[in-house]
Ligand binder design. Structure first.
Ligand code: PXG
Length: 470
């Protein structure tokens, strides 16, 4: 027996016996065995069988500076040696936490003054709910509790994060959403109104917020939350009219705007925060993932001056915090990560070079017979697999075409994520133009393999076939 395979089998057996994975049907997984990832470098990962795979998802939207960055390892080791942990509860602080708060406020811009730290995106969105409700209670409007979010949004997996999110499958388990959360439809142009003028659709989609505010009563609405570009929902890029109009509506009714920048933040769309590109100025910004390039857990909320002033001057003690709020090792790694992003000019490179280059490649990809609505922003991109794109006909849900395509990607050395029938990527921000070329060759290859597979199973709609029948 091959020793590599023995090793993989052993780990898979222990995995099935003891390890509960996130978002996983364990019966199905046990039959196949998990893919065991053992090492990584730059934009590539390797599995325990020695297969090299192009990681076009940056882990889980987080490894923005790429794998194998010694600077981050050194920053963690140095901080662990000096002071591996201390908290910020009882009127204490650590140097990395203080410096990182200052740095993030600088990157966020004039509108912001403070940062609250957590260890994940989910926790940070819990913090947001606590913060906005405390803000309104402090201002003598405790009835302002409702937070409006969007269908298909992803804001995490805790009770509050999943409630804010708009994923039906998550709400179906565990009695969610919690009270005082409402949802409106997402601004998905290709999926909802492909023939409507894109900008007009953006205005109309933003208008759903106003309708919901009026339905609930503005005096009960605390905040609106949205990802600048929806990530886990399938890379849904809003029309350019959408966010400025959302901002106008929030201002009109005085409600707080929260942008969940967990994916867009720290350079993904070519600015430090997605809202800076998309034309709004949120009162609160959730971050996680890219702040440390995923090397160590860290998240938080960037607090705008409007909220910070009330909480600090009038709010008294905010009865909220985590053991690991401002963890010094995580903050030291974040500072080193931001240093790499700045010194290598990666955020500007996404805006001016690699982002536009990927957009060109996606315009080409749009010609593929399976590909509908291909688009990108910065280094995140998506398209939907269509049965008959000329007539806008999707595959039947039970075909599971996204999973079929994902299987071909894995088999050909590419990680591309399937969200229903949408195929999405978010490669590391260090990805070069040559590596984009390499990735696009793989994407074309995997699409052709998928097309071939679907044709053999008789699942493709064929113009030629239709003509024969006629
Ligand atoms: N907000 C957004 C916008 C996210 O994308 C979270 C909050 C929650 O972060 P934590 O750190 O608590 O996981 C996320 C996380 C996927 C996928 O399948 C996406 C996320 C997490 C897991 C899977 O695309 N995003």
């Amino acid at each position: 027996m091959n020793t590599i395979t023995d090793f993989t089998n052993d780990i898979q057996t222990i995995d099935s016996a003891h390890y509960m994975h996130p978002f996983t049907d364990h019966k199905g997984l046990a039959e196949k065995g998990a893919r065991i990832i053992t090492k990584a470098d730059n934009v590539y990962i390797w599995d325990s069988e020695g297969h090299k795979i192009f990681d076009a998802m940056s882990g889980l939207w987080c490894v923005n500076v790429g794998y194998g960055r010694k600077e981050l390892v050194d920053a963690a080791a140095k901080q662990m040696t000096e002071l591996p942990y201390y908290n910020s509860f009882f009127q204490t602080a650590t140097v990395p936490a203080v410096k990182l708060a200052e740095k993030i406020v600088q990157l966020a811009g004039d509108n912001y003054s403070h940062v609250f730290f957590s260890s994940s995106g989910s926790e940070s969105n819990d913090t947001n709910i606590r913060m906005v409700r405390h803000y309104w209670a402090t201002l003598g409007q405790p009835e302002r509790k409702v937070i409006i979010s969007r269908n298909n949004a992803y804001h995490g997996s805790t009770m509050a994060g999943a409630s804010l999110g708009g994923m039906g499958g998550m709400h179906a388990q565990g009695g969610l959403p919690i009270p005082d959360i409402a949802h409106i439809e997402q601004p998905y142009h290709y999926g909802l109104a492909p023939t409507e003028d894109r900008d007009a659709f953006g205005m109309r989609a933003a208008g759903w917020l106003e309708t919901k505010i009026l339905e609930i009563g503005a005096e009960k609405v605390a905040a609106f939350i949205g990802e600048p570009v929806q990530g886990a929902g399938g890379v849904i890029i809003p029309p350019k009219t959408y966010w400025p109009e959302i901002q106008r509506i929030c201002d009109k009714y005085g409600i707080l705007l929260i942008c969940d920048e967990v994916i867009c933040g720290f350079g993904r769309v070519g600015k430090w925060f997605g809202s800076q590109l998309l034309g709004c100025k949120p009162d609160l910004m959730t971050f996680a993932k890219g702040v440390t390039s995923g090397y160590i857990p860290l998240g938080g909320v960037v607090v705008g001056k409007r909220v910070a002033k009330v909480l600090i001057e009038l709010g008294g003690e905010f009865n909220h915090g985590y053991t690991y709020s401002g963890h010094p090792v995580a903050c030291a790694v974040a500072l080193a990560n931001i240093d790499i992003l700045e010194h290598e000019g990666l955020v500007d490179r996404v805006l001016n070079e690699t982002g536009p280059y990927l957009a060109q490649q996606y315009a080409e990809l749009a010609k593929h017979p399976l590909v509908g609505g291909a688009e990108s922003i910065g280094l995140m991109a998506g398209f939907v697999l269509m049965k008959d794109k000329a007539n806008h006909i999707a595959f039947d849900e039970d075909v599971g075409v996204g999973m079929i395509c994902r299987g071909h990607c894995f088999a050909n050395g590419l990680i591309m994520r399937a969200v229903g029938d949408r195929m999405i990527i978010a490669p590391p921000l260090c990805t070069t133009k040559a590596q984009i070329d390499e990735m696009m060759v793989l994407i074309h290859k995997c699409l052709n393999a998928t097309l071939n597979d679907l044709e053999q199973r008789g699942l493709m709609h064929h113009v030629a076939l239709k003509m024969n029948v006629a």
